[in-house]
Ligand binder design. Sequence first.
Ligand code: ADP
Length: 300
Amino acid sequence: HIVVVGALNADLAIRVDRLPAPGETVSGRDVEVLPGGKAANQAVAAARLGGRVRLVGAVGDDDSGRMLREHAAAAGVDTSFVAMLPEVPTGQAIIPVDDAGENSIILVPGANGAIGPENIPVEAYADAAIVCLSLEVPLPVVLRAAARAVAAGAAVVLNPSPFRPLPGELLDAVSVLIVNELEAEQLLGPTVAPAWPGAAKALRAALQPHGIDRIVVTRGAAGAVVVDGKAVTEVHATSVDAVDTTGAGDAFTGALAVRLAEGDPLAAAAAEASVVAAFSTTRRGAQPSYPTASELAEWR
Ligand code: ADP
């Protein structure tokens, strides 16, 4: 199984001509409520491609929570470890998207902020081959999940987003780290990084004390850089007319997890993930934009 632990969000997507600057009012149109949240997105992306996926997280007792669970289940995701917390609302994200497909995000954590390690039984990690982690849930949840993953003999794939300083205990558990350029810079901190792909090597050096030598840096329309031991490989982005990049990184992570579970080397898995992520930018929303294996085959 691919076990994905983290957030489920109802995304309130709004089209705008351009994103508002501080103090500015812009008008929006085409308001939609769409299923999102990093973990739910990654789980749905992986399941649509044929992966055996279990989603672990929490929602509130409300329509958004039911919508999120139904949407994930319809994609083939096992949602039996998505807890329902009656005291809090389901997580929400307010996402204005401009005409170039760029977005900004306001997160309202709700159930994602209220979930604790005690809400996740150890059975959630049964037959886990890969455990995908991200940081839209409290750190104790992530730390416990990482420990359970290691105990189950699973590979931990960490996408440290939204970024925060990472405890050594977490990094020590990581097999594959996936970061975007901004997160890569935040991880490097004040270290002056050389241009890409050199920065990926600097990242490898910085993470080497934690035993991490498998790193993917996603670079939007510029593709991705893959570090696998001594090898550094550049993966090209598929050229597309992007309409909405929301959830592209999660599509990448979900697709990567499927390929890693099938035994692909990291660079080959990232090349495939790059195609899936590019596909996802050609449609609106996060989860609704993710392809099935046959849609992908037809498209490429
Ligand atoms: P995040 O969404 O996490 O910030 P990126 O912006 O780096 O991550 O996007 C993740 C991946 O999605 C990229 O590595 C690339 O494969 C794909 N992608 C994103 N934007 C585009 C684009 N405009 N054209 C083609 N592929 C894209």
